[in-house]
Design a protein around this ligand. Structure first.
Ligand code: UDP
Length: 313
């Protein structure tokens, strides 16, 4: 529009139509912009709802239009509890009056551009139907834009909407990777250690990872174990580990210290309890506990009291 203004004949008026949402925090920046644009030589038309319309005599340099059929009573209050309903009502009721208003303005003058609040959801299709360029004016903090922009990505990754039901950093995730096998006695010891810790936990136990058992055997859990742990413990065959570690509710990882597990835990900022079995797991444990100090080793190995104490710590 500025280009048109510059190129146009000296006397030619370039008209902009601004349509603020009737909320003070939205009206204020729209009127600041209108004043600036008028100062640059544009003709400014303001379309207002009847609801909370401003007194046109206070802005004699603008041309005002009122959409009188906005469907809201004069005394409607726009607050945190009902803003969604009021926005929906305004959007439903103002669409056709807005179209008529644009038709009426166009019958007299060409419009170079529409500038609307993005919360007027119908303005995009109406602008398109008149082949009018449209700019959305939304004055909010950059950080909130950034968050809103990230929401689809967070939703796709499963971080949003928040599901999980445990308080932040309260759940222990337990997994010994894809190869480790434990004896039945050790498995029972770990089961008691987790139960006695009284912390919520998710334990990924690969079927067949208990020595002497195969994939179809039931887990050799102590009798009554499910009742003991109730809702507090969740034993699964396999977990989407990185996504589990990314959950805000997860506050610790009892791990065999496989390198991938360590990288994933570090990436998600989850401190570790180290229970190495073989290969480089012992070396990695040394780094995690003594050098990087982002976890601690189970000094006495697989012993229920030690496990419960370490988990609580
Ligand atoms: N893993 C998983 N779900 C499970 C257990 C393991 O997704 O229930 C993944 C884990 O995220 C890691 C890999 O399996 O990426 C295991 O690799 P790691 O180097 O930690 O241990 P390894 O299996 O080689 O001993």
């Amino acid at each position: 529009a500025a280009k048109v203004l510059k190129q146009g004949a000296m006397q030619k008026v370039v008209r902009l139509v601004l349509f603020p949402l009737p909320l003070q925090g939205h009206v204020t920046p729209m009127f600041h912009l209108a004043t600036l644009l008028h100062g640059k030589g544009f003709a400014v038309n303001i379309i207002q709802t009847r609801y909370r319309s401003l007194d046109p005599t206070l802005f004699p340099h603008f041309t005002f239009h009122i959409l009188d059929d906005d469907g809201l009573p004069d005394n409607a209050t726009f607050g945190a509890s009902n803003h969604t309903t009021i926005l929906a009502t305004l959007n439903t009721n103002c669409s056709e009056p807005f179209r008529s208003c644009i038709t009426q303005i166009l019958s007299k003058d060409p419009i170079a551009c529409l500038i609307t609040d993005p919360m007027w959801s119908f303005t995009h299709s109406i602008a398109t139907s008149f082949s009018l360029p449209r700019i959305k004016l939304r004055c909010a903090s950059m950080s909130s834009f950034y968050v809103y922009h990230s929401l689809p990505f967070l939703r796709e990754k499963g971080y949003y909407p928040l599901q999980d039901t445990q308080p932040p950093k309260s759940v222990l995730y337990v997994s010994f990777g894809s190869m480790v096998e434990v004896t039945k006695a050790d498995f029972v010891e770990i089961a008691y250690g987790l139960a006695n810790s009284k912390q919520p936990f998710i334990w990924a136990v690969r079927r067949g990872s208990i020595e002497g058992s195969n994939e179809t055997d039931p887990l050799p859990l102590p009798e009554g174990y499910s009742n003991t742990i109730g809702q507090r413990g969740n034993i699964v065959n396999w977990a989407p580990q990185q996504q589990v570690l990314a959950r805000p509710a997860v506050g610790g990882f009892l791990t065999h210290c496989g390198w991938n597990s360590i990288m994933e835990s570090i990436s998600e900022g989850v401190p570790m309890l180290c229970l190495p079995f073989f290969a480089d797991q012992n070396i990695i444990t040394r780094h995690v506990s003594d050098n990087w100090r982002i976890g601690m080793e189970l000094d006495k190995g697989i012993e229920r009291g030690e496990i419960a104490k370490a988990v609580r710590k």
